[in-house]
Design a binder for this molecule. Structure first.
Ligand code: SAM
Ligand code: SF4
Length: 344
């Protein structure tokens, strides 16, 4: 099949047809997990002892990621988000940011981080081309941070958020997973941060991953309940979000520089607008956050696949991207721990 086809959207000869799935959703966003390892152990994400980590030789190298992104960019992927595990524990991450920002077509590189190592790396990341950052922050209390993340570090996370704002990455997005009895009484305090700073504080319903089904069942708080709690400290009005990629709905207090968002991962509304695929640290292209549909990219890359061959694999993968997930509250998803990257 000829790869140099007519651009179906722009009608420009000599360019490739943009990637879209069988439900005509354009795929413009690629989330890349650069490691499955982490320096925290959040109760909703992984067990205290950690995971059976992927052996290092199976993790994609920077050059391998660069080749995959080059192929994706040629067919319309424009935004990259680096995530994990904790992406900042991957050595020399700024080098990868520099390599990806040099790829023609890539115009947005973002990072999802727990913030622990952000302050020390932020300047280098920004110089390399990082444009946006999401930082996880579930509590403003030291003791609770330890109870949720099973490691100390609140002050470092807060320092990382300030450093990101100083570096001009605003509006910084803050992701907070809300759990009844653990931090749900803090949602108003966290929302109040948006009155002082240009931050988007986004509250995420806890979602089921492998071993946290009980936690999810026992602590689930719906987005509507979260908004009601925040509404007690001031009137919220719906506002535009910071950009087209995300699944969040946004609201703001009168005169606030920032905004509050809610993300309901289990809501099907978001599936209709899904524009993303995910690359796992060991090179699997995952087609749905809650599903197991994936295609291996590592073997072809390591066997010397050309850019055009990788493009064909991307196109083929579109046939197994489901129209929507069918997960409901209390159900277990397939293997998705360490891929749980909802906070985009
Ligand atoms: N380590 C980074 C961090 O914590 O931001 C990036 C990876 S983490 C898996 C990405 C996002 O997923 C974080 O905002 C985290 O809070 C969220 N997350 C992880 N497990 C979750 C779960 N069970 N339910 C809802 N959100 C979850
Ligand atoms: Fe680590 Fe992020 Fe998972 Fe917390 S949510 S354990 S910081 S990967």
């Amino acid at each position: 099949m000829a790869l140099e086809t007519i651009d179906l959207v722009g009608g420009l000869p000599g360019t490739l047809a943009p990637l879209a799935d069988q439900f005509r959703r354009p795929i413009t966003y690629l989330r890349i997990s650069v490691t499955d390892r982490c320096n925290l152990r959040c109760v909703y994400c992984m067990p205290e002892e950690g995971l059976p980590w992927i052996p290092k030789p199976e993790i994609l190298t920077f050059e391998e990621i660069e080749r995959i992104v080059t192929a994706a960019a040629a067919i319309g992927v424009r935004s990259i988000r680096l995530t994990g595990g904790e992406p900042l524990v991957r050595r020399d991450l700024p080098q990868l940011v520099g390599m990806l920002s040099a790829i023609p077509g890539i115009d947005d590189i973002a990072l999802s981080t727990n913030g622990i190592m952000l302050e020390q790396q932020i300047d280098e990341l920004v110089r390399a081309g990082l444009r946006r950052v999401n930082v996880s922050l579930d509590t403003l209390r030291e003791d609770r941070f330890f109870a949720i993340a099973r490691r100390k570090g609140l002050q470092r996370v807060l320092g990382g958020i300030d450093a990101a704002l100083r570096a001009g990455l605003g509006p910084v997005k803050i992701n907070c997973v809300v759990m009844r009895g653990k931090n749900d009484d803090e949602v108003a305090d966290l929302a109040a941060l948006t009155r002082e700073r240009a931050v988007f504080v986004r509250f995420i319903e806890v979602m089921p991953v492998e071993d946290n089904l009980d936690l999810q069942r026992d602590t689930y708080v719906s987005a509507d309940e979260i908004l009601a709690k925040i509404g007690e400290i001031g009137e919220l009005r719906p506002v535009e979000g910071p950009g087209g990629n995300g699944p969040a709905r946004y609201f703001a207090f009168e005169g606030a520089p920032g905004a509050v968002g809610v993300i309901s991962p289990l809501s099907h509304d978001y599936c209709e607008r899904c524009n993303r695929v995910r690359l796992s640290a060991d090179g699997r292209l995952r087609l749905c956050l809650f599903g197991d549909q994936h295609i291996d990219l590592r073997a072809p890359v390591r066997n010397g696949a050309s850019r055009d061959e990788l493009i064909e694999i991307f196109r083929g993968s579109m046939f197994i991207k489901p129209e929507r997930h069918h997960l409901r509250l209390g159900e277990q998803s397939s293997r998705m721990r360490a891929f749980s990257e909802i906070g985009g």
